[in-house]
Design a protein around this ligand. Structure first.
Ligand code: SER
Length: 599
């Protein structure tokens, strides 16, 4: 069974059951600020699951490209992917549990469709809790179809509840279908969902009955819906009795391209196999992000930032495998060939995809060189340490400031007969991740990018903008407010007249100039009086603690900006990307408002 066959069969089956095939949507969601990518087949359908009528009717079927970057660092093992395709069928207030389960069963077992033996199937259903009762109804339907009681597992919310893609949205209990690949149970409690690795999930029927509100309440939906999702890659793997998605025909030509470039034969070295898998997955995701009709370029922000991370990780592993020259674009060509049938947009955007991959790859090579240079500068001091250990904090700084990967720092250290204090690095890294997550709102099944980091960049940009406005307009300019989201910043300041185009241009140029100058950002704690004496700007009318933090951008007496502020900020302004003013308008009497983005 190939992915193309599975896709066509699924669509044909549901069309034969009165469903209308709808187009899968863009990977970059239209109307959802809580996530950067489309994370599931149901995602573009959220408004309809919440009650709107869909123009194509009440029974829908499609295939949808999805990206989940929650565990990007786990990619490399035999099963994780960041990009995947999801098949799905929906009932918008039409059939519910009985209809959905009966159709799922028929598609899985009928010889006309997948023809799986019933005795290889098992299911899980929701066991119930304070909010929602045990799902006896689903269990009854499964039993009536021939799934025996001992292959029905009742599991709690962690397993059998499908939550909204973001923090709010439609949700409900689900029933998952598993394919058994073992020969005998691992113990008396071995049931679908067991962690013995023999029960492999292939499909999920979600019974949408609630809308989770921003306050965390579950409101019953006006009309109950069904949302089902079958991951193509995983199902193809299972149906073909393969152990890893990377062994399937889906990845065969991609893997072959990587192997050829590296002159390496997959399966002979676990470490190298890992690199091959990372390249296969990350380049495929990058091609789909770039090749999307709403495709983005690599940047320091949002979806572009995820793309940058994917590309850079792939390049690094390409280097590890000893691939010389351009690592990505030849592999990307193979990926476009493989997927241009179901995704013609890839062909349409081929030139753009190639150009962006090549550009980002060469930029990253420069970063690597810079990191190596920084390391060499640190070296004389490092060598003074008799224990020959490089501090983890220093290694983290290289990572955080230059994007210099820890593995490369370790490699360089090794060449000097030194080691890196890895636990200390991991500690700093974890702290940094926690900080980022804290800023990114509620995590969800599927994962969200570090929006905390993005907000931090905007925060730093606010200081540069504040000072640039004072430089251009005069010292009467004082901050009156600011508001930052993952997508933009808004800055209110005192000034009596609209800014001219010329003034706006100068402000923008000054900020970008200081970004280019890559000013170091430092922080000191002092009293408010000391802060004012040192030339720091403090917000008028604001109450401060007796000791305040002062952030300085730039060095020594010639600093560019100095402000009393709680932080956090990036470590140097070069990390901000390009600053663009989008709008200038009146906010209130004597106060102007600027809206700007970093790209
Ligand atoms: N929303 C469910 C999932 O993503 C079913 O489509 O698994």
């Amino acid at each position: 069974m190939t992915a193309d066959e599975l896709r066509s069969k699924y669509i044909a089956f549901f069309v034969s059951k009165g469903h209308t095939q709808i187009q899968g949507k863009s990977l970059i969601p239209d109307n959802d600020p809580t996530v950067l990518f489309t994370t599931a087949g149901m995602h573009p359908l959220v408004p309809y699951l919440l009650g709107q009528d869909h123009p194509a009717g009440k029974r829908l079927v499609d295939y949808q490209k999805c990206i989940r970057t929650g565990d990007i660092d786990a990619v490399g093992d035999p099963s994780h992917l960041t990009f995947f395709e999801m098949l799905g069928n929906w009932s918008l207030g039409d059939y519910f549990k009985e209809g959905a389960i009966t159709m799922s069963f028929e598609f899985l077992t009928s010889p006309q469709w997948l023809g799986l033996p019933v005795e290889k199937l098992g299911v899980t259903v929701f066991t119930g809790d304070d909010t929602v009762e045990r799902d006896e109804e689903s269990a009854r339907v499964w039993k009536s179809l021939g799934i025996p009681e001992n292959r029905i597992a009742y599991l709690p919310r962690e397993d059998n509840w499908w939550g909204p893609a973001g923090t709010t949205g439609p949700c409900g209990p689900d029933s998952e279908m598993f394919y058994y690949v073992g020969d005998k149970p691992c113990g008396p409690d071995c049931k679908p969902g067991c962690s013995c690795g023999k029960w492999l999930e292939i499909w999920n029927d979600v019974f949408m009955q609630y809308n989770k509100t921003a306050e965390g309440a579950y409101e019953p939906l006006a009309r109950k819906c069904v949302d089902t999702g079958m991951g193509i890659e995983r199902t193809v793997t299972v149906l073909n009795g393969q152990k890893s998605v990377y062994d399937t025909e889906i990845f065969a030509p991609i893997r072959a391209a990587v192997e050829k470039a590296a002159g390496y034969s997959y399966g002979s070295d676990e470490e190298k196999d890992r690199s091959v898998r990372i390249i296969c997955d990350h380049v495929r995701s990058s091609v789909f992000i770039l090749g999307d009709p709403r495709g983005v370029s690599p940047s320091n922000l949002g979806a572009g930032y995820v793309l940058r991370r994917l590309i850079r990780r792939a390049v690094r592993h390409g280097r590890k495998l000893g691939i010389d020259g351009k690592v990505l674009s030849p592999i990307a060509q193979v990926i476009i060939e493989k997927f241009r049938g179901p995704y013609p947009e890839l062909e349409e955007n081929r030139a753009f995809v190639m150009e962006e991959l090549d550009n980002e790859e060469s930029k990253f090579m420069e970063t690597l060189q810079k990191g190596e240079h920084e390391f060499e500068k640190l070296l004389p001091n490092l060598l003074k340490d008799p224990r020959k250990i490089m501090s983890g904090r220093l290694a983290f700084k290289l990572y955080d400031t230059y994007g210099f990967p820890i593995e490369l720092t370790e490699e360089l250290a090794r060449e000097q007969g030194m080691t890196v204090n890895r636990p200390e690095f991991d500690e700093s890294f974890k702290k940094h991740q926690e900080l980022s997550r804290a800023g990114s709102g509620q995590a969800f099944k599927g994962g969200l990018v570090d929006q905390g980091e993005i907000a931090t960049r905007y925060h730093t940009a606010t200081h540069l903008l504040h000072q640039a406005l004072r430089t251009v307009l005069g010292d009467h300019v004082a901050q009156k407010g600011s508001n930052i989201t993952a997508d933009r910043m808004r800055f209110d300041f005192s000034h009596g007249a609209p800014l001219t185009a010329e003034e706006l241009k100068r402000v923008e140029e000054i900020v970008n100039g200081q970004i280019k100058n890559d000013l170091p950002v430092s922080m000191e704690i002092m009293s408010l009086d000391e802060a004012k004496d040192s030339g720091a700007i403090a917000l008028f009318g604001e109450k401060y603690e007796s000791q305040v933090k002062v952030y300085t951008m730039g060095e020594g007496e010639n600093f560019f900006s100095k402000e009393v502020c709680g932080g956090p900020h990036v470590e140097h302004t070069g990390l901000l990307g390009k600053f663009i003013i989008q709008k200038e308008q009146s906010s209130s009497a004597g106060v102007r408002r600027i809206r700007a983005v970093l790209e």
